[in-house]
Ligand binder design. Structure first.
Ligand SMILES: [Zn+2]
Length: 510
């Protein structure tokens, strides 16, 4: 057994299935480049057959990323596999990840197939995928609730058909560590030629055990773990990449393996994904939470100052905290700005785009003395060249005074035409949203409103996420500004603009 643990990141496929977390093509390319810097082994960039937009996004990541394998998901049906095969064609290394359900409940109720038909379909899918690439992964969806004898038959058949990675997912987050570890080691012991393939797992966090289950799979012999940045993913999420990587690295004495990950890129990756998807990271989240390395207790602080290892098992800087915090200031020029964006992996399409971004940067630098990496990410994520901008904020004024009812007045452009809205509300943000609705009349429901300070200090930019739903569709809008009422208005309008762009297509779960 090798001592390398393959890290398979599915932030852009499984993570994208969190409500409202869908990513545009350009956003996927930015995340893809960051995952490459993080030295992720395999990047699952999407489900190419879902729509033309999904196909284009996978293809764009395959073109942009050189160092990591780029993968597309495909159901075990011909069209899906052909679309996946086409989408990964430009990749330096491309993988097709095909799957079919193997639990009785899924076979009977969802697929309406007999076990024999499921095996037939799995084999045909793997054989077809092998015509596009030598790197084919097969997943037995809902493997944890599948009969072990049947799983052995399926895996035996797909190894013969040419699968090179076999994934044992806990699709519904039902397993517990001891059982998942046992399941993997049983399969490795029972399936013929199991040593010729890489065994993998993919765990969901419905019972809060995604990371623990994944690590138990590693103990059982799995050498690939599927995971996501910040644990983003369907329902309660997926196994958090940063936790898996740091657990294995910190406890190599136990796991006897390690990853290729450059851990100093973990925090930048976490921030980028949080900013793009609008999913904030809880402060007490392991590794990437704002408090993960903060020692409040005096006894702890004293210990850490005298000898760090008294209370710290990892160093904050090893996972990318405090690296390059201070970035630019008011006096920074256009070239410094440009090269900093390049360092951060932010692509600028044209000179005009650079000029526009530089103007926004100067405006921000006037309000805020020091500009940090996080500010630049926020500044640039406001620019989505492929988003339709139906609504745009031109002007806003909010009156808020003790004992008075807050009042918001604003001017928007709607399809280029100026319109004015005015409303009172229970607070300045409420008044602003009502004034926007007076113009937009969108019929949406507000599901979530959250404000986060991007950096420390009272002059920090506020980053606002607004989640809206309409007719079962959910979108997240983001806005950032030193004025949180303006940031709120921008986030709301960003969400409305997203609702106006092309509807998303249904994606399969795994
Ligand atoms: Zn999943």
């Amino acid at each position: 057994m090798t001592n390398q643990l393959i890290i398979f990141d599915t932030t852009m496929r499984d993570g994208e299935q969190s409500p409202g977390a869908s990513m545009s093509r350009d956003e996927k390319v930015r995340i893809g480049r960051q995952l490459e810097r993080l030295r992720v082994d395999v990047i699952e960039a999407g489900f190419a057959a879902a729509s033309d937009g999904d196909f284009e996004a996978v293809r764009a990541v395959a073109e942009a990323v050189r160092e990591s394998t780029v993968c597309s998901l495909a159901r075990a049906i011909e069209r899906d596999i052909r679309r996946a095969g086409e989408a990964i064609k430009p990749a330096a290394r491309g993988r097709i990840h095909t799957f079919i359900a193997t639990s009785s409940i899924h076979m009977e109720k969802k697929l309406r197939m007999t076990p024999e038909q499921v095996i037939e379909n799995a084999v045909a899918a793997v054989k077809l995928a092998r015509q596009y690439t030598d790197d084919v992964e097969f997943s037995a969806e809902d493997a944890i609730r599948s009969d072990e004898d049947f799983l052995c038959r399926v895996f035996d058949a797909v190894i013969k058909a040419g699968a090179t990675t076999l994934n044992v997912p806990d699709t519904v987050g039902y397993s517990i560590p001891a059982l998942l570890g046992q399941r993997i080691s049983n399969l490795i012991a029972r399936v013929p030629n199991s040593d010729k393939v890489i065994w993998s797992t993919h765990c969901h966090n419905d019972l809060g055990m995604a990371v623990a289950n994944s690590l138990a799979a590693v103990m059982g012999g799995a050498r690939q773990v599927e995971c996501t940045i910040n644990g983003l993913g369907e329902r309660a999420g997926n196994a958090a990449l940063e936790e898996i990587v740091m657990a294995v690295r910190t406890r190599q004495d136990v796991f006897q393996c390690d990853t290729r990950i450059d851990a100093t890129q973990i925090v930048p990756a976490s921030k980028l994904v949080s900013q793009i998807t609008g999913y904030p990271v809880q402060p007490n989240k392991a590794i990437v939470g704002a408090n993960a390395f903060a020692h409040e207790s005096g006894i702890h602080q004293d210990g850490v100052l005298k000898h760090r290892e008294t209370y710290e098992i990892m160093r904050a800087e090893d996972v990318g905290w405090n690296a390059n915090r201070l970035t630019l200031g008011k006096l920074s020029g256009r070239n410094a700005f440009k090269s900093k964006l390049q360092d951060l992996g932010i692509e600028i399409a044209s000179d005009e785009a650079l000029n526009a971004a530089f103007t926004r940067f100067k405006t921000l630098a006037d309000k805020k003395r020091e500009i940090f990496d996080e500010d630049l990410y926020a500044l640039m994520s406001g620019e989505a060249p492929d988003a339709v901008e139906r609504f745009k904020l031109i002007y806003s004024k909010v009156h808020s005074e003790t004992g008075e009812v807050p009042l918001a007045t604003l001017t928007l452009t709607v399809d280029g035409k100026e319109q004015r809205g005015e409303s009172s509300g229970s607070g300045p943000v409420d008044a602003t949203f009502k004034a926007i609705e007076q113009v937009a009349n969108s019929g949406t429901e507000l599901l979530l409103y959250s404000v986060n300070a991007i950096t420390t200090g009272t002059d920090a930019q506020g980053e606002v996420t607004v989640r809206l739903s309409k007719n079962d569709r959910v979108v997240n809008g983001q806005g950032s500004d030193c004025d949180i009422v303006v940031a709120s208005a921008q986030a709301y309008l960003n969400a409305l603009n997203k609702l106006h762009s092309k509807p998303e297509t249904a994606h399969p779960q795994l």
